[in-house]
Write a protein that binds this ligand. Structure first.
Ligand code: SAM
Length: 368
């Protein structure tokens, strides 16, 4: 199957727009205002902003402030347009390195409000990987192993992220005192101390131990969840004298609170992701699909409308299509590419074409 640009009449879900992303966002505003839950972008810096490049290099090369002003002038209207597309609990993740990080944070605080911006760090060279080690030999100070992801929320206070379930090693010692068939476990605190429990606070209630003792505390789970855990043998009552605790099994994936530091995803995976489609070397610095899958799963509903308006090689598209195919999710993806250096013709379209065969439950509409 080949994707011709006239194939627009099929039953469709995702959309790819060709054009300058500011023009496209302005154009789609009436249709998508307040409807996009999650935006990820990886904007260009130094390169790619053609209308500023000549000026910057020839005239502003040494004028640091002007150079950054040119970048912020380029980004500001785009972020403002994107902000309008977001849902009331929408969020935008922006990848950036040290070059424009401080300017991006200030710009996003301007647009989202100071209280609605947070910063994540992507540790992009995991220790066991080999990437970057050659560079270390040349580095006179330290190797740069990180990038930032600046997060802007429409309403940070009311935004909740999902806890991804992962097989994570338990660091403390564990045993199996009650011979639970689910294997070894450790116990974790399930309530605040008596002194710290607030009778007017959330989940303040009394539980009765098997020996009839009443314990009134602020618990970490609702009463219904406590009862569900108890029925499933996940509450450790001990001899009856202790405050009940939660059993956490070594052999089960556990919901881990996401950290502001993203680890164990190597930047080199992005190249491998492209290699799978025979498109490696055609695009420099594609983002790893797993990084985007992680952000999507953490921060968007399985049926959310999501967007990348600096689509590049289409890493976000692959993350969405994989999750839809493998997890039965129904996210809808909007992409914008300006086809700079023919990246749309040579990489993005061929990638989508190949991905549609591999993840057939995803359809695309092309708007050129
Ligand atoms: C850093 S790359 C994004 C890479 C992408 N995250 C990936 O994983 O493949 C930025 C892309 O945005 C494109 N771009 C630059 N200015 C643009 C504009 N005004 N509208 C749309 N795309 C633009 C560049 O050509 C480049 O392909």
């Amino acid at each position: 199957m080949s994707l011709s640009r006239s194939q627009q009449a099929k039953p469709l879900r995702h959309r790819l727009y060709q054009g300058d992303n500011l023009d496209v966002m302005r154009r789609i505003l009436p249709e998508f205002i307040g409807k996009v839950e999650f935006i990820y972008i990886d904007p260009p810096y130094n390169t790619g902003i053609m209308q500023y490049k000549t000026y910057r290099d020839k005239m502003w090369g040494r004028y640091e402030r002007r150079r950054h002003e040119a970048w912020t002038d380029f980004m500001r209207p785009r972020l403002e347009a994107a902000y309008k597309l977001l849902t009331p609990l929408g969020k935008m993740f922006v990848s950036i390195d040290d070059h424009e990080f401080p300017h991006l944070v200030l710009l996003m605080r301007d647009i989202f409000g100071r209280e609605n911006v947070e910063v994540m760090i992507w540790d992009k060279v995991p220790r066991e990987g080999t990437a970057g080690q050659g560079k270390m030999k040349r580095s006179k100070r330290f190797r740069i192993d990180h990038e930032y992801i600046v997060v802007g929320y429409v309403d940070r206070k009311n935004t909740r992220f999902r806890k991804p379930r992962v097989m994570a090693p338990l660091t403390r010692s564990y045993d199996n005192r009650d011979n639970d068939p689910r294997g070894p476990w450790i116990s974790a605190e399930l309530c605040k101390s008596k002194a710290k429990s607030n009778p007017k606070g959330k989940n303040y209630y009394t539980v009765v131990t098997p020996s009839g003792r009443e314990i009134t505390r602020q618990w970490h789970v609702s009463r219904a969840e406590f009862e569900r855990l108890d029925a499933d043998g996940r509450i450790w009552w001990g001899s009856g004298r202790i405050v009940p605790r939660l059993k956490k099994f070594v052999n089960e994936p556990r919901a881990l609170t996401p950290s502001s530091v993203i680890k164990n995803i190597s930047q080199t995976e992005g190249i491998r992701d492209l290699r799978k489609w025979d498109l490696a070397d055609a695009f420099s610095h594609p983002k790893p699909v797993r990084l985007l899958q992680y952000l999507l799963e953490m921060a968007s509903e399985p049926d959310a409308t999501v967007m990348d308006f600096f689509a590049g090689s289409g890493s976000l598209a692959e993350a969405v299509m994989r999750l839809n195919h493998e997890q039965g999710h129904r996210r809808r993806c909007l992409l914008v590419s300006n086809n700079e250096n023919q990246s749309l013709d040579k990489i993005l379209l061929p990638r989508i074409e190949k991905m549609m065969k591999a993840y057939p439950d995803n359809n695309w509409e092309f708007i050129f």
